[in-house]
Design a binder for this molecule. Structure first.
Ligand SMILES: Nc1ncnc2c1ncn2[C@@H]1O[C@H](COP(=O)(O)OP(=O)(O)OP(=O)(O)O)[C@@H](O)[C@H]1O
Ligand SMILES: [Mg+2]
Length: 412
């Protein structure tokens, strides 16, 4: 058997009806799933539809020959692992070399003996099984390699990011902190100017001229706007720095024992205004959870990123479908004594298929410039990973996305 859950499947291709009857007799009572074809075209149809594990095929047939069938399946990467045994009356060395070069795995000379036929089939199926195992191992190896590269990439990036965050933080705080003083000083200077102007019925011409040039009235109106946008800008820098810090693990303090259902509620209450404004319903399907010890600020931040993304995806959908009502379902459950699960499901656009591979990469965003930094999911991924958990995504294009957080339960 090739697969433990099913019998191996074998396609027998023979155009000669007498030979076909003989083969069927020889193979009777064997625990395989059989398909039979009496020409090359039919054989190829069955191969594409049923994907048999092994093909036992006559060489000489009218139309598409056994060699042609063999060449076609061996040149198709999806079928190339099918074991191909050529059944032939040709037994010269040249013929065998020709057959092997076409990709055949084995030969059987006619007339065929039962014991030999079965022995070759079993040998072929063992080969197929080894090939399948190799493929599985290869896949695991590739995944492990990708994970290692990702971890390595993330850890070097963390160091750089921590440095950048530190460098940006100081000047940004400096600007932010001084805006308030700037506002006050400006107000005071303005008062002085107004007081001074009020003292004279007529100002000296050069002062009148200067006041006209600088357009004092406009300046009085515009400066508060400039200061306000500077404040917003620096606030945005601080938010980015906060994200960068937690991405790089700088905020390791604040370990606390928390009820994650409460964390979810707190985060949702911060977003309440947005949710209402954007016509988004929230369904809470909570199971009682044990308190877990975690960096609660970071966990809150991670949840906030996931909810913000869900809101963004719904908003995008609303831009495409009028009167669309958004829905976010939040589920929590205890999976075992060691593990709990949080699932955040939205009915937004779903993750774009071409973006799926990259969504956890730092700075990857599909949002317009200025509205997304592309840090949300990478920060969230790191936070969950640092807690010994896993973050994964299931996307249902056009129907929404689900982000699943698995966390270990640590006893307090
Ligand atoms: N719930 C979701 N539905 C659909 N796509 C999503 C969802 N969550 C994330 N994505 C996709 O993953 C990308 C990366 O998300 P991420 O949170 O890292 O960055 P962002 O939301 O674009 O920007 P930021 O979070 O920094 O404001 C998004 O641009 C979006 O394409
Ligand atoms: Mg985001």
């Amino acid at each position: 058997m090739v697969n433990e859950n099913r019998f191996a499947s074998i396609l027998v291709v023979e155009d000669d009806s007498t030979q076909a009857i003989i083969l069927k007799k020889l193979l009777k009572d064997q625990n395989f799933t059989f398909y039979f074809a009496d020409n090359g075209t039919r054989a190829l149809d069955i191969i594409y539809e049923e994907r048999p594990d092994l093909v036992l095929c006559d060489w000489v047939m009218p139309g598409i020959s056994g060699i042609d069938v063999c060449k076609e399946i061996k040149s198709n990467p999806k079928l190339a692992s099918t074991i191909f045994i050529l059944l032939t009356g040709k037994n010269s060395v040249d013929d065998q070399v020709f057959g092997l070069e076409a990709g055949a795995d084995d030969f059987l000379n006619k007339p065929v003996e039962k014991s030999q036929l079965l022995a070759r089939i079993h040998a072929g199926l063992r080969q197929k099984q080894l090939y399948n195992q190799l493929q599985v191992t290869n896949k695991i190896l590739k995944e492990t390699q990708a994970q290692l590269i990702q971890t390595q990439k993330m850890s070097s990036l963390s160091r750089i990011v921590a440095g950048i965050a530190h460098e940006i933080n100081n000047p940004a705080n400096f600007i932010y902190g001084n805006i308030q003083y700037l506002q006050e000083y400006f107000q005071e200077i303005l008062e002085v100017i107004e007081l001074f102007c009020g003292e004279y019925d007529k100002l000296p011409p050069h002062i009148e001229e200067l006041l006209g040039e600088i357009d004092l009235e406009y300046l009085k109106q515009d400066l508060p706007n400039i200061l306000a946008s500077m404040k917003t800008g620096t606030q945005r820098i601080s938010n980015i720095v906060a994200s960068l810090k937690s991405f790089s693990g700088l905020d390791e303090a604040d370990i606390k024992s928390v009820d994650l259902n409460k964390c979810l509620d707190n985060t949702l209450s911060l977003l309440e205004h947005q949710l209402q404004e954007k016509n988004i319903d929230v369904m809470r399907q909570y199971e009682e959870l044990p308190a877990i010890k975690c960096h609660f600020r970071n966990i809150n931040q991670a949840l906030m990123h996931l909810f913000s993304n869900a809101i963004d995806a719904i908003e995008m959908k609303q831009g495409l479908v009028s009167e669309f009502r958004g829905k976010i379902t939040v589920q929590t459950s205890v999976l075992s004594e060691e593990k709990l699960k949080i699932s955040i499901i939205d009915n937004g656009t779903g993750v774009l298929p071409e973006a799926f591979e990259n969504i956890f990469d730092p700075f990857f965003t599909t949002k317009p410039i200025g509205s997304g930094t592309g840090l949300g999911l990478s920060v969230t991924y790191r936070i969950i990973q640092r807690h010994g958990g896993m973050l994964s995504c299931n996307s249902f294009p056009d129907a929404g996305a689900e982000f699943v957080v698995m966390l270990p339960i640590r006893t307090v």
